[in-house]
Design a protein. Structure first.
Length: 202
């Protein structure tokens, strides 16, 4: 089992109505009764965690932090459900894993701060220190890399590729791609096709 991914065979229990209401209400009275984990982010929290409630279908309930840790979840950095501080490199690792998986979804600094329980300013500062780039730069790098794969291996239109890798518009996609690669997507595709043709005919 990967250290950053929940164990799919140890999914805990679905929250009953009482547990769910405690999560929604951030009720600290339940902190000694259970921890809840969110499968889409791979982290777990105290019931009192001050964050927007996740989708109920993505939540699993564990009797304590040890069980959630055994299932492969990481403790929330904000509410510290295991009473220990999550190392910054693991915290950033959670975020990069999420971006690697969900690069085609809307990802903003505020969205990451909401998912990974930290202020946008602190998250931005720690992410840049650990990853060597800002969260936005990391998202762009992953999206451009996925676009390069599609440009090289498919005949998809630019608009389809831009949408598939998470860019909201073709002009923005072209601008970011050229900044990171040094050519436009169309030029990149032509160069790659010429390279393949040369290899085949040699």
């Amino acid at each position: 089992m990967s250290a950053n991914k929940p164990d799919r065979e140890n999914v805990g229990l679905a929250p009953d109505d009482e547990a769910w209401q405690a999560i929604v209400a951030c009720d600290a009275a339940y902190n000694d009764r259970f921890r809840y984990a969110v499968r889409t982010t791979g982290i777990f929290c105290r019931p009192s965690c001050r964050s927007r409630a996740p989708k109920r279908d993505n939540v699993s309930v564990y009797p304590d932090a040890a069980r959630a840790l055994e299932a492969g979840y990481r403790p929330c950095k904000r509410c510290r459900p295991s009473d220990t501080k999550l190392p910054d490199d693991e915290w950033v690792g959670q975020m990069t894993d999420y971006i690697d998986r969900c690069y085609d979804e809307p990802i903003t600094l505020d969205r990451l701060a909401e998912l990974y329980r930290g202020s946008p300013y602190h998250l931005h500062r720690v992410f840049k220190r650990i990853a060597g780039m800002t969260p936005v730069e990391y998202v762009q790098r992953i999206r451009v890399a996925r676009a390069q794969e599609r440009l090289a291996d498919t005949e998809l239109a630019m608009s389809d590729i831009a949408r598939a890798v998470g860019f909201g518009s073709v002009p923005y996609f072209i601008t970011v791609f050229k900044q990171r690669v040094g050519t436009t997507p169309s030029e990149y595709r032509r160069q790659h096709r010429r390279s393949i043709y040369a290899e085949v005919t040699e």
